[in-house]
Design a protein around this ligand. Sequence first.
Ligand code: AVI
Length: 312
Amino acid sequence: MIESFREDVLHGLKDYPKRLQSKYFYDENGTALFQRIMDMSTYYLTACELEIFRDKTVELAEVLRVEQEPFDLIELGAGDAMKSSFLLKHLVGKKVDFNYMPIDICGQVLSALRDRLKQDLPGLTVIPLYGEYLEMLRKATEQSDRRKIVLFLGSNIGNMELEDAHGLCRSVNRQLKVGDTMLIGFDLQKNPHTVLQAYNDKEGITEAFNLNLLERINRELDADFNITAFQHYQTYDPMDGGCRSYLVSLIDQTIRIGEEFISFRVNEPVAVEISRKYTALEIDRMAIESGFAPITQIADSKNWFVDAVWLV
Ligand code: AVI
């Protein structure tokens, strides 16, 4: 794990333009900072999707055809399963026959989730899968041939470039069988100021979240980034839905990472994250291009976020 982190960091920083991968934001500090982001009033995404799962649980259960036959409910990047817990509770209450298989790359998060669900929903069978999405999905499909329902919530798909997002959906589709379903959370294009504010808070929480990546590189890869010599810069392009964050070098500087040296020019940006916003049409197109049939999109009351349901 640490070796691929080192390789990815060095590869991205030696490239032009420089980039780092946002999947590395989430060490212990990063996870705590993301929790604070989700609590910010301007970061609307979590509240919108939570509203869908809380207020439209019955509709969700219906489109997922949960009463038809036993199935496995697989959640990619489950985290604390805050949103899906509404669905889990509903299904357990209705005595639906299913297993819940949360996938996460953080073992601690998974065991905390299993313990909580054991307490809150003792009737639920939880099979935690610790590892990367596709590898664990393969494991899940090998374990049983029950129908699969795959959840990919939180607009995590927005953190991928379009090509990679299509690639992931295609790979998931290839592992599923006819009759299986995927439910994906997408953040919709909306007033550009609303989007930008969600990623550019005045309190500096998002800035700290992004800068933590440099601190993580210092901690884990023996580097000497001076955090105060970099600045968070956020853009949103309403023409293509790309909401991008950068860390900008404030001075000419050379950083040591282990045995290697990387130079930054004054004002040179490092791309650190994309949080893409989609249109309803783009979502349907993505379903079709990756081999699914788009069934429906369930939106929150402001129509800012949708959970799209796709059938194999
Ligand atoms: C996890 N992911 C969907 C968040 C997002 O909205 O792109 C990560 C994030 N980055 C800055 N704020 C939140």
